[in-house]
Design a binder for this molecule. Structure first.
Ligand code: UTP
Length: 500
């Protein structure tokens, strides 16, 4: 086996990963061999030579563009984000409620209801990230985010899909992308909880690929242990490769799906089943629609949805120069105003087209601190960024869509990202929960329920996907004085309880 592996590694000068081979148990050898065989070594080699080594050139390394093609096939001009930003303007957008649209809102609602009811729409949930900032010991989807119920993100999002199925009387196949880091636990968790009411035959879990972290100076693959490479998921853009390699695209086509509602596992407010977004998408004949929120400050940590040379695309907040971010119109509003919340609607043929090897998205390189095993077998905990990781981002499809549509939504209703550990200044569990509570309080108040100040309220998606679902189903003159979770009882009526 060692010779076979050497034959794979030698042409790309990465044989050192077998340095401890003779000391490994047969099981460990097997597992390392599998990791090596699963990698696209030509791609890794090309990434090292296009993105890592040029930065360490003789002049001390003027940085290569952060976002360029991976060398397998070139689809985007390799233009650095700073120069893109110079020409970037705010994207044309319509408001979810119809402001700026060329069609009446009622038509959008009717069209959206048809889209959700058609049997041609599936739901895609990406849950393969490592969730390093949150620092939770399990996949992020298992985080107990419900402010009163303690329900996990997976439960809330699966219940949204189930509620939308009931509302539209249709099956909405759910596809959950996991990774090496999250797959086994996610499968076990969903099975243990009966897929939160969804039919298992309509829930498909599939694993995205991994890419190795490499030494930022030498481009050598890093070992996480003597028997394991330092691997990381290949970014949510890895979805495209995984759709084909895992047979998921075929499954979608076999089920007659033509479009997919896309959401991330870290946003419990993602608006599954909301009709207007799908309505505008269809009326505007969009191939890729994306929800944005108006940024409150230039340095907000969301990707910037912009238009450059007539094409919609996203510039990451970390790549956007401060002066471009701060540009304002004479009325004081931000020029680059649109923040990405990673809720999209894709036409399936676009995904199919970009899931082939000759049509690949650009790779982004991130410098990270990655612990590794040195040549003598010692584990090194680096103090500074020592490694490069490679990722693709699904939103890089935007400029390739024949027609892309930007729909502005209200962050209070649609976006509560869980990124950071408790106590962080933003996007921590307490911020997510506060937004969930505010939203549900508003829904209750609209249904003439009084909620005492400081009381936490939470509504299960099975009880209400939208405020209208509460109408006439709650006690008259109800005053909520203590923390309350409203859920659907077995007979479909509404029930409630306090915190567990
Ligand atoms: P983030 O980019 O915020 O990463 O993912 P993360 O893994 O949640 O957190 P950090 O950066 O390690 O702290 C946004 C969404 O994309 C998914 C995540 O699961 C999350 O739903 N994602 C990210 C993937 O599915 N695969 C990836 O390779 C990366």
């Amino acid at each position: 086996m060692k010779h076979e592996l050497l034959a794979l590694l030698a042409p790309i000068e990465q044989q050192h990963v077998l340095a401890f081979w003779d000391r490994l148990s047969p099981d460990q050898q097997q597992s390392l061999a599998e990791q090596i065989r699963e990698l696209d070594l030509d791609l890794v080699h090309s990434l090292v030579h296009t993105h890592v080594l040029p930065r360490n050139g003789p002049q001390g390394g003027s940085p290569a563009p952060l976002s360029t093609s991976g060398g397998v096939a070139r689809t985007l001009p390799a233009e650095p984000p700073a120069s893109l930003a110079e020409r970037a303007v705010g994207p044309p957008a319509i408001r979810l409620n119809g402001a700026g649209a060329s069609y009446p809102v009622d038509e959008a609602r009717r069209t959206g209801i048809q889209a959700w009811s058609s049997g041609q729409l599936g739901v895609l949930l990406v849950a393969g990230g490592q969730g390093t900032r949150l620092g939770f010991d399990h996949p992020k989807g298992m985080y107990p985010i419900g402010p009163v119920s303690g329900c996990s993100l997976f439960q809330i999002l699966c219940e949204k899909v189930l509620a939308a199925q009931r509302r539209y009387d249709v099956t909405l196949p759910l596809y959950i992308m996991t990774s090496r880091a999250t797959h086994d636990e996610t499968c076990a968790f969903l099975a243990q909880h009966g897929y939160f009411g969804l039919a298992p035959s309509h829930v498909t879990l599939f694993r995205q690929g991994s890419l190795p972290a490499v030494d930022a100076q030498t481009g050598r693959l890093l070992l996480e242990s003597p028997s394991s490479l330092a691997l990381a998921p290949d970014g949510h853009g890895g979805l495209l490769r995984a759709l084909r390699s895992q047979g998921v695209l075929q499954d979608m086509q076999d089920r007659g799906l033509t479009r997919l509602f896309y959401m991330q596992v870290d946003n419990p407010l993602a608006t599954v089943g909301e009709p207007l977004f799908a309505g505008w998408h269809l009326l505007e004949q969009s191939e890729l629609s994306t929800q944005v929120v108006a940024k409150q400050a230039p340095d907000e940590r969301v990707g910037n949805v912009v238009e450059v040379d007539g094409r919609v695309q996203i510039i990451e907040y970390s790549d956007l120069p401060a002066e471009a971010a701060a540009r304002r119109h004479p009325d004081g509003s931000l020029v680059l105003w649109a923040g990405n919340i990673a809720v999209h609607l894709f036409e399936l043929p676009l995904l199919a087209q970009f899931s082939t090897a000759d049509c690949t998205l650009p790779f982004h390189v991130a410098r990270k601190k990655v612990p590794y095993i040195d040549e003598s077998g010692y584990r090194v905990q680096p103090e500074r960024e020592n490694a490069c990781k490679f990722e693709q981002f699904i939103f890089d499809l935007l400029p390739h869509a024949r027609r892309a549509l930007v729909v502005e939504v209200d962050a209070e209703q649609a976006f509560a990202p869980l990124k950071n550990a408790p106590g962080a200044p933003r996007d921590a569990p307490e911020h997510v929960q506060a937004r969930m509570i505010r939203l549900h309080r508003r829904w209750l108040e609209a249904a003439a329920v009084r909620v005492a100040p400081g009381v936490k309220v939470e509504i299960s998606p099975l009880a209400a996907l939208a405020p209208d679902d509460l109408a006439g189903r709650l006690p008259q003159n109800w005053q909520i004085e203590a923390d309350t979770y409203i859920y659907a009882a077995a007979d479909g009526s509404l029930a409630w309880r306090g915190a567990k």
